[in-house]
Design a protein around this ligand. Structure first.
Ligand SMILES: Nc1nc2c(c(=O)[nH]1)N=C([C@H](O)[C@H](O)COP(=O)(O)OP(=O)(O)OP(=O)(O)O)CN2
Ligand SMILES: [Zn+2]
Length: 126
């Protein structure tokens, strides 16, 4: 069966970056208040109609091209030094990425930032 009807679909592409941070507003003695690092994962979601004749929402490679300048800002950096990331929780990073990427990708529907393999925050623009 083809995808020749109007169909909306959500796609995603995952990216990784290595970065250090600390959370400055933690109570005394909280481990996240100390400098530490993570292998972060950013998942970029787009929701739009399937474009013909390609049969896709957008080329995953084009999503990568749009996200790469943002990934470069984060990768191998100390997040607290980046403007807007002075308190770099997963939640703050997810919104920060959204604000930078939405003007470039109109179909952006969600940004999820994984701090560890089992902890993440998702922002949908609300
Ligand atoms: N809602 C949020 N909670 C926490 C955040 C956050 O950004 N948003 N961040 C942290 C810390 O940065 C911490 O480094 C990550 O915490 P945690 O998942 O607890 O990581 P651990 O691997 O150290 O925890 P385990 O329990 O050993 O798996 C904390 N909370
Ligand atoms: Zn952390």
């Amino acid at each position: 069966m083809g995808l020749d009807l109007y169909l909306a679909m959500e796609i995603f592409k995952e990216f990784t970056f290595e970065a250090a941070h600390h959370l400055p507003n933690m109570p005394e003695g909280h481990p996240c208040g100390r400098l530490h690092g993570h292998s972060w994962k950013a998942v970029i979601y787009l929701k739009d109609e399937i474009k013909q004749p390609y049969g896709w929402v957008m080329d995953f490679g084009d999503i990568a091209k749009k996200f790469e300048p943002i990934r470069e800002q984060l990768d191998h950096n100390y997040l607290n030094n980046i403007e807007g990331l002075e308190n770099p929780t997963s939640e703050v990073i997810a919104k920060w990425v959204w604000d930078k990427l939405k003007p470039e990708l109109e179909a952006l529907s969600r940004v999820t930032i994984y701090e560890t393999v089992d902890c993440a925050a998702t922002y949908t623009g609300e």
